[in-house]
Design a protein around this ligand. Structure first.
Ligand SMILES: Cc1cc2nc3c(=O)[nH]c(=O)nc-3n(C[C@H](O)[C@H](O)[C@H](O)COP(=O)(O)OP(=O)(O)OC[C@H]3O[C@@H](n4cnc5c(N)ncnc54)[C@H](O)[C@@H]3O)c2cc1C
Length: 297
């Protein structure tokens, strides 16, 4: 069975940073595995500016931030295995890897889980009606538009005004689409004020607070939703051909369920807790990388 001292699951900002710090701390046998064919985690699809003010003292877009992290790794001997999914991890410090149709076992001394987070989908809400095509999470929409250049629809309704919801609303406008509104259940937008100014105000996108979606309409493709005014209970039909949900993120730790207290396991970045800013995820991951790297000497 192949062996590695330090296995890192995830080549996002956290995984790359943890690897760099572990290398700097003296660990010389590090493998990063990521299921994606491109490194950087969510960064490559975040083509908006707003990354790196603390870490690099300048405002970068996501792909630029990922390039900086990757540039730091080039001179090290850290191995990066893309297109490699870690399917399971066992108590005996063995990981089951799948790469290009081949499955293999890898024994490690320490595992840093840097698997990011997942999005809550429409299933997280008690929404009635059908589940036709045209419903996406904000992250899916970002990936499909920014990386695959796909056309998702023309009349777009966004549910949720966190940073992701506001950023994707602006993205649709920049793509020439009509954003009907961003619906928000709270009294005000959920994300950073900076994103409200840059994405909602600047593009005059209607933000409708104290509202949610109660029912989805459409066969085949979504044709509209019944929106509910939370204070009055009043209902309103809003026609749309695309519904994008931005309902929040959950740390992704499924891989190590039941193993969380193992001494050979550390969590880095968004899988430990959801960080709004990449610099904070990186700083936490660097700390973990340094500690783990030094402990493996
Ligand atoms: C839409 C959006 C906008 C943002 N905007 C900003 C901003 O403007 N400014 C800012 O500072 N921050 C922003 N952030 C936050 C920042 O991008 C994140 O906090 C940070 O990039 C998270 O890094 P991570 O490495 O923890 O997770 P991720 O980037 O999610 O990386 C996790 C990686 O793990 C891999 N993985 C997961 N499970 C497995 C497995 N079983 N096997 C193999 N690989 C696996 C995934 O493929 C992925 O590549 C934004 C985040 C999002 C989602």
């Amino acid at each position: 069975m192949e062996q590695v001292k330090l296995l890192i699951v995830g080549a996002g900002a956290a995984g790359l940073s943890a690897a760099m710090s572990a290398w700097d701390a003296g660990c010389r046998d590090i493998l990063i595995a990521d299921r994606s064919s491109i490194p950087g985690g969510v960064l490559p699809r975040c083509i908006h500016a707003g990354f790196g003010l603390t870490a690099f003292g300048e405002e970068l877009c996501g792909p630029e931030y990922a390039e900086r992290l990757l540039a730091g790794l080039v001179s090290t001997g850290v191995r990066l295995s893309l297109g490699t999914e870690v399917l399971s991890v066992s108590r005996g410090k063995t990981a089951l890897l799948s790469c290009r149709g081949c499955v293999s076992l890898l024994h490690f001394e320490h595992l840093i889980l840097a698997s990011g987070c997942r999005e809550k989908g429409i299933g997280a809400l008690p929404v009635a009606g059908t589940r036709p095509a045209g419903i996406f999470t904000a992250g899916q929409a970002q990936e499909m538009i920014n990386l695959r250049h796909q056309d998702l629809g023309g009349e777009v309704l966004i549910l949720g005004s966190g940073d992701l919801g506001m950023i994707i609303a602006r993205r649709f406008v920049l793509e020439g689409k009509h954003v009907i509104a961003v619906l928000e259940q709270a009294d005000t937008f959920g994300g950073m004020a900076r994103n409200y100014r840059r994405c909602i105000e600047a593009y005059q996108i209607p933000l409708r607070c104290r509202m949610t979606v109660g029912k989805i309409h459409g066969q085949g493709r979504i044709s509209g939703v019944t929106a509910v005014h939370l204070d009055s209970g009043e209902q309103e039909f809003i026609a749309c051909d695309t519904l994008v949900t931005a309902l929040g993120l959950i740390s992704e730790r499924t891989l190590v369920q039941g193993l969380e207290s193992s001494p050979w396991l550390s969590l880095a970045g968004n899988c430990s807790r959801v960080y709004d800013m990449v610099d904070s995820a990186v700083s936490q991951a660097q700390h973990i990388g340094r500690e783990v790297g030094a402990s493996l000497l």
